[in-house]
Every structure is written in structure tokens, then in C-alpha cells.
Design a protein around this ligand. Structure first.
Ligand SMILES: [Zn+2]
Length: 293
């Protein structure tokens, strides 16, 4: 027993009954063995865990550089290469649509219950999109300045999330990966995504959120008379689809209130809360309620 654990046990002995103390010891013990750097492990100075890839279904060891703070880029799948950010998006999709019967998109999307669903992905890159695009009823879009809604640009459909050209109640599932922070008026975009979802349909999306979370969202930039006005110093994210994208909003936990105001039932999920680094990454689920009769 380490000195710190002995001290912790000594302090709990006085106030916590024996069964709870055993539980605490197990938990503390588990923490000591989780995501630790080990001299004879896969690599020196790495965090690692054994797990399953929620995209391709691979079982194996996932590693991350212990010095890295970039959780979203950590723990790539040794088989398909998807990093934790994308696997977290997939994990929430698998849970939401699979109702506990699947571990990965690989098997979920082959399930009869999924093959009939209408999917819309608000991007044209990434491993989740790579899996979803195999679906029969799948649409994807990207944003291109000056294009008409629905117009094909560079082989992909242009859509402005603030003014979608889709009819009401078009989709069962909408997925979005680090896109909504780049939309000038996210409230309007959430309203549009709500409109084109069918009752009972879900918007499952990720955005970068800090840990610890901020209680309030902050507008970094806005559009005034068609021109970008910077409220905060301009921040750009690399985009796999082209030029770096300006960040308009740093979202806080009040995002859930925004989603509820739009009409969604919303929650924030942290699929890998027990894994150091990965616990910071989260995914949002916003469901359009079924019509009440
Ligand atoms: Zn994989």
C-alpha cells in the first residue's frame, strides 16, 4: 500500500463503515492501475487501456502520449485509426440507436433497425461519416460561400445550417462533428436542425468544450451587415475539408438550455469518463420529442 493510500484509509476508517471502506479501497486501487505509465508496457511514457473501437469493433490496446493535453486527438484505434473524439461520437450513436445491443458502428449499421433510418451528416470528412455514408438513406453537406442551398460544389452538397433547404421532418438522425462552433448564429442552426428532424429523431453532435466546463457560452465573432466582426481575438480550427474555420462560439454548459428552448430534450455525454484524458471529450444528444396526442 502506498503512503498516500494508507493515509487515505486511515482518514476514512474513523467515519466510513467497513463495506464502504472496502469499496473505496477497490476504487482507489483501480485508479492506481488505470491509465498509468508502466516501464514494461506498450511504450514508455504512454497512457493505455484495453478496449473496443466503437467504429470498427477492433479489440485491443489504445495508447496516448501521457504529456499530451489533446484528448480529442488521443488514443487512435490501432485498426482503423479513429481517435477518441470520433470514437466518442460513434459510441453515443451506438448507444442511442443500438439500445445496448451493439458495441460498434460496424455492427450497428448492419442492424435492420438502422438500415431504414434517414441520416444527415453536416460534413464530408471523418471516420463516423465514413461509416454512415454506406447507408442507403444518407445525405451529407458542406458549407461553401456563395453557393445555393442544395447546390453541388466540388462533388458535395452545399448547405447553410442556418437556412437548410430540406423539408420539415426529413431525417431520423443528424450527426455533426465540430461544426456548430463555426456557425455565426448557432441558435438559428439548432432551430433548423430541429425542424428537419422527424419527431423522435436525434441530433448527435460534438463541439470542443473545455474541462472544467464554462457555465456560459461566449460569442467570439458575429456577422454585422454581412461583415465578420470579431468580439474576441480570432481563433481558427483546422478543417479536414479545406481552409481553417473561424470559431464564432465557445460553448458553455448553457448550451443545454439553448437546445431545450429550441424544443429538444438534450443531454451531454462523456462516453469514456473513466479514462484519463479521454474523459474530457463529450458528445451532445438532442432529441426532437415525439408528438403528444
Ligand atoms: Zn477502429
Amino acid at each position: 500500500m502506498t503512503g498516500s493510500l494508507a493515509a487515505a484509509s486511515a482518514s476514512v476508517k474513523r467515519v466510513i463503515p467497513a463495506p464502504a471502506k472496502r469499496w473505496i479501497r477497490q476504487v482507489v486501487g483501480a485508479r492506481e492501475h488505470q491509465s498509468v505509465a508502466v516501464p514494461s508496457g506498450p511504450s514508455e511514457g504512454m497512457l493505455f487501456f484495453n478496449g473496443v473501437c466503437s467504429i470498427c469493433g477492433h479489440h485491443g490496446v489504445f495508447e496516448a502520449d501521457a504529456a499530451s493535453q489533446l484528448a480529442a486527438r488521443a488514443f487512435p484505434c490501432p485498426h482503423c485509426g479513429a481517435v477518441v473524439r470520433f470514437r466518442n461520437e460513434a459510441a453515443v450513436l451506438v448507444d442511442e440507436l443500438g439500445r445496448g445491443r451493439h458495441l460498434s458502428l460496424a455492427t450497428l449499421l448492419a442492424d435492420d433497425a438502422c438500415t431504414r433510418l434517414a441520416f444527415y451528416n453536416t460534413g464530408v470528412a471523418g471516420p463516423v461519416r465514413g461509416a454512415l455514408r454506406a447507408m442507403t438513406n444518407y445525405v451529407e453537406s458542406h458549407y461553401r460561400d456563395g453557393a445555393e442551398p442544395g447546390e453541388l460544389v466540388d462533388g458535395a452538397m452545399h448547405q447553410d445550417l442556418q437556412a437548410l433547404s430540406f423539408t420539415d421532418d426529413s431525417f431520423d438522425v443528424i450527426t455533426s462533428s465540430h461544426v456548430l462552433e463555426h456557425v455565426a448564429d448557432p441558435d438559428r442552426a439548432f432551430g433548423e436542425l430541429f425542424r428537419v428532424l422527424r419527431p423522435g429523431g436525434r441530433l448527435i453532435f460534438s463541439i470542443p468544450v473545455p474541462w472544467p466546463p464554462s457555465p456560459t457560452s461566449r460569442q467570439r465573432a458575429r456577422i454585422i451587415d454581412g461583415e465578420i466582426e470579431h468580439v474576441e481575438p480570432a481563433t481558427y480550427h483546422e478543417s479536414p475539408e479545406g481552409a481553417p474555420s473561424l470559431v464564432f462560439t465557445d460553448f458553455g454548459t448553457d448550451l443545454l438550455d439553448t437546445l431545450e428552448r429550441v424544443g429538444f430534450t438534450a443531454s451531454q455525454r462523456r462516453p469514456q469518463i473513466s479514462i484519463e484524458l479521454a474523459f474530457r471529450d463529450s458528445v451532445f444528444v438532442a432529441m426532437k420529442p415525439r408528438a403528444m396526442n
